[in-house]
Design a binder for this molecule. Structure first.
Ligand SMILES: Nc1ncnc2c1ncn2[C@@H]1O[C@H](COP(=O)(O)OP(=O)(O)OP(=O)(O)O)[C@@H](O)[C@H]1O
Ligand SMILES: [Mg+2]
Length: 459
């Protein structure tokens, strides 16, 4: 038997051309208001959407449509219009920008069926592409094409389609935060906020009011009402980073929020409904924390509904080179004009390295290497992954060896001290004046302005 397809019908106004319409193989799912769209699209796996608007203001529809298009994902939208509607500029521009097709009334079932079939095919194609394993990046942020990362992409798409809590595990620097952002961006909540809470970074005395907010006068110093981070995530995603660091008392409050979807601001007696999808992340073993009594077991089961593991970089065969080239290309070209790639030995060394600090370590090593490098190719040594011999660089004389060692030490001292000459001089056990002289002698710039300062660069 042919599987019935579902088309989502949005009809604005009193009349609708879809009443009593029978289309072989199609089931029309009616949305009574735009808020229901995401739920209906997911529940009925709608691939096609039909919009009819009886004598309405197309300008108003156009304003709301950005949100509708986002929450309805890969649905192919068809505007079903009256003949005269096409004279409306707003409608013409809306269709051109955001619709798959338009259909002018009256409906001829045979022809309409064909249009629906075509729209369905396109939606399936788009959906297939969104799920295609081996895709190199999601929204140009998570880069990689290894098997391990393709599996992660597939998982991200899967969990994005649900509204259940997600627990992301992964070593430090693997991309847990990026993964959360991708889940949010591909979920029906994409147009809502994605609020990040670093549970380990907020002082314990402040954490309850940061998370749950407070009323004016709730405690000394509470001069104004404050909306907490959970409430701020209403309609979107709440990202609880390093959830293992939450004090036990706050864990109890959080559990209540997850169970009841309500919060109570400090100093308030009334409950507030908050609709936020929870994504938590940890780099520690939460099961062990539960066994040690540091993490509530009931909360663990509440948040660990959909576990997602971000693989360590050493398990992503082939990604290291892609990522390294990418991070090199993000550097200010004026600063690293002389560098145009990595030596073969450098690529081998990067592939062999264990990357305990994962992608963050790779970013730092590549950025540092690009600045320190003296040749056109980044070497094993520039990356700090080997010695001169392993990259085949010959040192011809003791003087040259001394000069190279001197240059290297100076560059590293500058990098380690954030390019503060006085600190670098101290680190090297020399005076500022001598260091300035050596900088000039070796033609080393003392100020690498324009370098991306992200994530502890050169740390
Ligand atoms: N696959 C990737 N493609 C591109 N950039 C990445 C990728 N994975 C991580 N990064 C970058 O690496 C850095 C670390 O990533 P992120 O902050 O998401 O890691 P994390 O797992 O949250 O780390 P931590 O445990 O230290 O909080 C960020 O600058 C991020 O943009
Ligand atoms: Mg993080």
């Amino acid at each position: 038997m042919l599987k019935e397809r579902n088309a989502l019908v949005v009809s604005v106004g009193d009349r609708t051309p879809f009443d009593g319409l029978e289309l072989y193989g199609w089931n029309l799912v009616r949305a009574d208001n735009l808020d229901d769209l995401p739920k209906l699209v997911r529940r009925h796996h709608c691939t096609v959407g039909l919009l009819y608007c009886d004598q309405c203001d197309w300008g108003e529809i156009a304003k709301a449509w950005g949100h509708v298009a986002r929450v309805s994902g890969s649905v192919s939208w068809i505007a079903v219009i009256n003949h005269d509607d096409m004279e409306d500029d707003e409608l013409r521009s809306l269709i051109a920008r955001s619709f798959f097709d338009f259909y002018t009334l009256p409906i001829n079932p045979e022809r309409f069926h064909e249009v629906l079939g075509h729209a369905h095919g396109m939606a399936e194609l788009r959906r297939g592409m969104r799920h295609e394993p081996g895709t190199e990046e999601i929204d140009f942020k998570i880069i990689g094409r290894s098997k391990a990362i393709s599996k992660l992409f597939a998982l991200i798409y899967k969990v994005s389609e649900t509204d259940l809590p997600v627990l992301i595990n992964g070593e430090s620097g693997t991309g847990k935060e990026l993964t959360t952002q991708a889940i949010h961006a591909h979920s029906v909540r994409a147009s809502g906020p994605c609020i990040e809470v670093n549970c380990g970074a907020i002082p314990p005395s402040l954490i309850q009011s940061e998370l749950f907010g407070h009323e004016k006068g709730a405690f000394t110093g509470a001069a104004k009402r404050k909306i907490g981070l959970i409430e701020a995530a209403h309609g979107g995603t709440l990202f609880l980073d390093e959830i293992g660091d939450l004090p036990l008392e706050i864990q109890a409050h959080l559990l209540r929020f997850l169970q009841e979807q309500t919060i109570r601001r400090l100093g308030s007696t009334s409950k507030i409904h908050v609709d936020a999808r929870v994504v938590a992340a940890t780099h520690v073993d939460l099961e062990k924390a539960v066994a040690d009594g540091r993490f509530r077991e009931d909360l663990y089961y509440r948040i660990n509904v959909l576990p997602v593991t971000v693989p360590p970089l050493r398990e992503r065969k082939g990604d290291v080179e892609v990522l390294a080239r990418h991070f090199l290309s993000t550097l200010d070209s004026d600063l690293v004009r002389h560098v145009n790639g990595f030596s073969e030995a450098a690529i081998r060394a990067m592939n062999d390295h264990r990357w305990p600090g994962n992608v963050r370590e790779l970013i730092n090593r590549v950025h540092r290497a690009a600045i320190l490098s003296e040749g056109s190719e980044i070497s094993v040594f520039d990356l700090g992954l080997g010695d001169d011999e392993s990259q085949g660089r010959r040192i011809h004389s003791l003087d040259e060896a001394r000069a190279q060692a001197e240059k290297r030490a100076i560059r590293q001292a500058l990098a380690e001290t954030g390019y503060t000459v006085s600190h670098a001089a101290k680190l090297l056990g020399t005076s500022r004046r001598t260091l300035y002289r050596l900088l000039e002698k070796h033609q080393i710039p003392s100020d690498p302005s324009g370098i991306d300062g992200d994530s502890g660069l050169l740390s």
